[in-house]
Structure formats: C-alpha cells, structure tokens
Design a protein around this ligand. Structure first.
Ligand code: SF4
Length: 299
C-alpha cells in the first residue's frame, strides 16, 4: 500500500482544460500523459506541461517506464517544431521543457529533429528559457542540440550504477549517461547553461550507492539534481522496493547540496520537469524557495 504522503492531486480548473485543448489542436504529446506522471493535476492546473517529441513510441524498453515501446517509432513530424513554438506561445510559457522518446531506429537517433525543435522555439523571438531533456546523445548528436542553444541540458541517469542493468534498457548505461552529461557541460553554448539529471529512489538502491552516485554526477559537472520516489506505473513495470519518507528526501537534499549541486529538488513526487523554472532560477542564484516534501505531498 502506498504511504499517506503519496497523494496525487486530481486535474481541475480552466488552466488544465486550456493545456489539454492546445495540445490536442497542435497534435503534440506530453511525457506527463505518456509516462503517467503523478503531478499532471498540479502542473496542468498551473498551465504547464512537458512536451514529448519524436512520437509517442519509444524504441527502448526500460523497466520503470510506462511509455509504449516498439522496435520502430512513428514517422517524424516535420511540422512538430512549429507546432511546439505556437503551443508554447498559446500557453504563455516562459520556460519550456521538451523531451523525446528514444529513437534508436533513426540514423541520428532523432538528434537533428530535437535540435530543430529547440531552434523553432528560439526563432519565435520570445525569451523562452528552454530545457532539453535528451536521450544519451554524444559527439555530433549532442553538438547538434547544443548548437540550438538550450539553457538547460538534462539527461537522466535514472538510478544508481549497480541497478542500471535491471532498471534501464540494455542499450543504456551509467557510463554512457555520464558521458552525455560531461560533454553537455563542456559544450554548453548558452550563457549560464546548466546540466541536470534525475534519480528515481525506491528501486532497491542503498544509501551509500545514492551518495556515491551524487559524487560521480558532481564529478561530471552536473548542476541540478532531482530525486523522486519511483512509483510503479502498472504491473508491467518493476515493483517498488521501498517508499522513502519525506524526511529521507530532505536528508538526501542536504547531502546533495553539501556536494555542490546548485539546485536540488528532492521530494516523493519530484520528477525531472517538476518546478523546472524554479530549480533553474535557484541554480542561477536567484531566490527561489526549495521544493520540499510538504509542497510535493499534494492532495
Ligand atoms: S512533473 Fe513534468 S512530466 Fe510531470 S506533470 Fe509536471 S510537467 Fe508533466
């Protein structure tokens, strides 16, 4: 049974309906829906969502994730960048998070389309801050996205080193992800560019492994860390190994800040894009209250 602090707010309000209508009209997908994020009611109620580009079918089969998986993804929609930019304007977003499914079926793994979507947002002339939550791109694939100038490059390691084979698709690894994060930090074009990653807790990791993971992430120059409770989306995914208390998340936050992360969001329902603007501002030294357990125990 889920503990009482895992409470999900039901979707409500005009903002939620507006988000839904804009996405439908523009033919866009969100990770909020596809990954069954527990924060949808809250985020959409605030008028924000995280776009998921390159279709709604992922070519990898990570064992924690609810996104539909097949060998081949959908045809790439050349209009997607334009629709994204228009949707971001209609939603009056000043901070846009976009992510994608993994497209191992494409020669460039979707990196040029990802870059084109970031570029489309840039070309609208609005001062969007853009967070690109990318697959494990490196080399030329990563350079294409960096050239488009996102303010934050995020890539998720998802879990500690020892659990990578059990939790992620066999084509992913901790070292590949560290490489992506390191190269992103070294190559970031945006002034004050940030790198960011997330960990899901409650998959069987030990406290020492989480702390060692933080050390490795800081060694790769990661600026922003998000930690949240793994929740099993359905019986097809891995079971939850343990539920961390809000106090445990607070302790991890303290450990991460002591290691030099510029911003840390650590709470049961925290996800990579949860309060993304807030964590970006905090990492830039602007005053922003920490997102703690109380704020995430939504009901
Ligand atoms: S936390 Fe991110 S993925 Fe979840 S509902 Fe909010 S914007 Fe969507």
């Amino acid at each position: 049974m889920k503990p009482e602090w895992i409470r999900v707010r039901a979707p409500a309000g005009g903002a939620w309906k507006h988000v839904d209508a804009v996405l439908e009209r523009r033919g866009l997908h969100t990770v909020c829906d596809e990954a069954r994020c527990p924060n949808k009611g809250e985020c959409w109620g605030r008028g924000t969502a995280t776009f998921m580009i390159l279709g709604d079918i992922c070519t990898r089969g990570c064992r924690f994730c609810a996104v539909t998986t097949q060998k081949e993804g959908r045809p790439v929609n050349a209009e997607e960048g334009k629709e994204l930019a228009l949707a971001a304007e209609e939603l009056n977003l000043d901070y846009v998070v976009l992510t994608s499914v993994d497209r191992d079926d494409l020669a460039d793994r979707g990196s040029r389309h990802f870059a084109a979507c970031v570029q489309s947002l840039r070309e609208r002339g609005r001062a969007f801050k853009i967070e690109a939550l990318i697959p494990d791109y490196y080399g030329g694939e990563l350079a294409a996205v960096l050239d488009a100038g996102p303010d934050v490059i995020a890539h998720n390691v998802e879990t500690v080193r020892s659990l990578q084979p059990a939790v992620r698709d066999g084509r992913a690894s901790f070292d590949k992800s560290l490489r992506t994060l390191r190269e992103a930090k070294e190559g970031c074009r945006a002034p004050d560019g940030r790198t960011k990653t997330s960990l899901l807790l409650g998959l069987g990791e030990t406290r020492d492994e989480v702390l060692a993971c933080m050390d490795e992430l800081r060694g790769a120059g990661v600026d922003i860390l998000v930690m949240g409770q793994y929740l099993r989306p359905s019986k097809r995914q891995l079971p939850v190994s343990a539920y961390m208390s809000p106090e445990e998340f607070d302790r991890y936050r303290g450990e991460a800040l002591a290691r030099g992360f510029a911003s840390v969001i650590s709470a049961p329902l925290a996800r990579t894009s949860y309060h993304a603007r807030q964590s970006y501002d905090e990492s830039a030294g602007e005053k922003a209250p920490p997102v703690g357990a109380a704020e995430c125990s939504v009901s």
